[in-house]
Design a protein around this ligand. Structure first.
Ligand SMILES: [Zn+2]
Length: 243
């Protein structure tokens, strides 16, 4: 019972955790078909208590409208959803929290807002199971989406999570793993920023840095604007830091 949870999807993860009082759904996937799968899994064993959205990105919200139960997110995530016209058809969270919220559903569930990957990014922790859902604070085995990154906040968030008593970590994208996926993601981001800033100091333009990164990482073409933006964000934070 304690480890009774299912992660659906490989590219975008949505999870269903069975508790003594019913199911908790963490993110609802990216397409109507995948969302139906999440709904079917969640309702297979009966009652669904809550849907939790780890953050405001549309590829995690497709199935929100299928569920009659409350939908929870950070206040920031809900605000970001509201201001994004491409998410007009998404069912918004009905309950929000600022930095922390605990659910008591036969066991304690801790929701914590961090930001970093995007303004609303949060995690969901089941301490008795040592089970941690980190949303898009971790992309495991693939390049992270950094188009809205606050790198300093993101790295700090991962550093904090590395101190938590978790044994299983479920990322927003890619396979689940142990705590090492937190460390790997933090180091990846640190290296990314370090390289971008070093190349910039060395005289490369943002476009030249972008081209160099393309040679180093596998980035699908529709993510090229994301990578350009990430370069600008990494350099922008440096400027702010040095003020
Ligand atoms: Zn995301």
């Amino acid at each position: 019972m304690q480890s009774d949870f299912v992660v659906l999807g490989q590219i975008v993860n949505a999870s269903v955790v069975q508790t003594a009082q019913g199911a908790v759904v963490i993110d609802t996937s990216s397409t109507p078909e995948a969302a139906q799968e999440v709904y079917a899994e969640a309702t297979r064993q009966g009652h669904v208590l809550f849907v939790i959205n780890t953050h405001e990105h549309g590829d995690h919200l497709a199935g929100n409208s299928l569920f009659a139960c409350p939908v929870i997110s950070s206040r920031k995530a809900r605000e970001e959803m509201l201001s994004n016209t491409s998410l007009a058809s998404v069912s918004l969270p009905t309950i929000t929290f600022d930095t922390r919220m605990d659910l008591f559903i036969g066991e304690k569930v801790e929701l914590t807002h961090f930001g970093g990957h995007c303004p609303g990014a949060s995690v969901v922790f089941f301490p008795e199971r040592k089970l941690l859902f980190v949303g898009d604070l971790v992309f495991n085995k693939r390049i992270p989406y950094m188009g809205m990154a606050e790198f300093t906040t993101w790295i700090e968030a991962l550093s904090v999570l590395e101190t938590w008593n978790a044994e299983v970590v479920v990322p927003g994208h890619g396979p689940m793993g142990g705590k090492e996926v937190l460390t790997e993601q933090r180091r990846w981001l640190e290296t990314f920023i370090e390289e971008v800033r070093t190349w910039s100091v060395g005289g490369l333009s943002q476009e030249e840095i972008f081209v160099r990164l393309l040679g180093r990482h596998t980035v699908v073409e529709r993510w090229h604007p994301m990578l350009r933006r990430a370069v600008a964000l990494a350099l922008g934070e440096r400027l702010e830091d040095s003020l």
